[in-house]
Write a protein that binds this ligand. Structure first.
Ligand code: C5P
Length: 231
């Protein structure tokens, strides 16, 4: 289940910047990129078609959360775009996740967000009124995601081992918050290096600014690739 290529978060505001960024790489190199809400809402499906034409793989990070019927129909649309992976919020419930899977079919992997990493334990207790620890809540949602038949979850690398224990070794742990040694953490609070993510058991790592904002993005990507694959 492990993906050798670090997934590059294309957190750019417009199409031009994405084109310029992708053009830095050799034309025969196949990347794995993440398209998030900002870029998708700004440019739309045209963006995805462009990236697919270049032969890259896409994780469409739109975090769907609505009634099962609506999510199923939306997933049917996303399946037609030919993305490789997309996601929902586990908080939407098992029926919603099953509906999402039905809509998407087997064409792409489907993962779920458990608790957002921006949610603190205090906030979860006060606002969501969930009286367990944050870790217990993450593991609970991961188990429900597994029961719903999804492929994995978005999580902190630090949670990956515990999640696999309550689900299965094949259950995907996709982890953002990755920083190569010595890189600026930015607004990420709990960062893990690519080498540690490998040791802990992440299956996919998502890396944004350490690559996109680097002076030499291709060199930064290669370094992270090496560290992640222990080369
Ligand atoms: O630039 P950076 O490497 O921090 O980018 C990480 C990417 O992963 C961003 O697109 C961010 O929105 C996303 N992400 C995250 N933490 C999560 C879920 C998604 O950082 N829990």
């Amino acid at each position: 289940m492990r993906e050798e290529r670090p997934v590059i978060a294309l957190d750019f505001p417009n199409f031009e910047q994405v084109k310029d960024f992708l053009a830095l790489f050799p034309s025969d190199e196949r990347l794995y990129v993440k398209v998030g809400m900002e870029l998708y809402y700004a440019v739309g499906p045209e963006m995805l078609a462009y990236i697919k034409r270049l032969g890259h793989s896409i994780f469409l990070d739109l975090k769907l959360h609505d009634i099962p019927n609506t999510v199923e129909s939306a997933m049917r649309v996303l399946a037609d775009f030919g993305v490789d992976m997309t996601n929902v919020h586990a908080a939407g419930g098992v029926e919603m996740m099953k509906a999402a899977k039905r809509g998407l079919g087997d064409s792409a992997k489907l993962i779920a967000v458990t608790q957002l990493t921006s949610t603190s334990e205090e906030q979860m207790r006060d606002y969501q009124n969930i009286q367990s620890s944050l870790k217990e809540s993450v593991l609970h949602y991961a188990q429900k995601t597994y029961e719903a038949g999804l492929d994995g979850v978005v999580c902190s690398a630090q949670e990956a081992a515990a999640i696999k224990q309550v689900t299965s070794d094949d259950f995907i742990c996709l982890t953002p918050g990755i920083r190569p040694q010595g890189a600026a953490a930015g607004d990420q609070k709990r960062v893990v290096s690519p080498a540690d993510a490998y040791r802990i058991g992440s299956d996919y790592i998502v890396v944004g600014r350490p690559i996109t904002q680097a002076t030499d993005p291709v060199a930064a990507y290669r370094e992270i690739y090496k560290e992640w694959n222990q080369l």
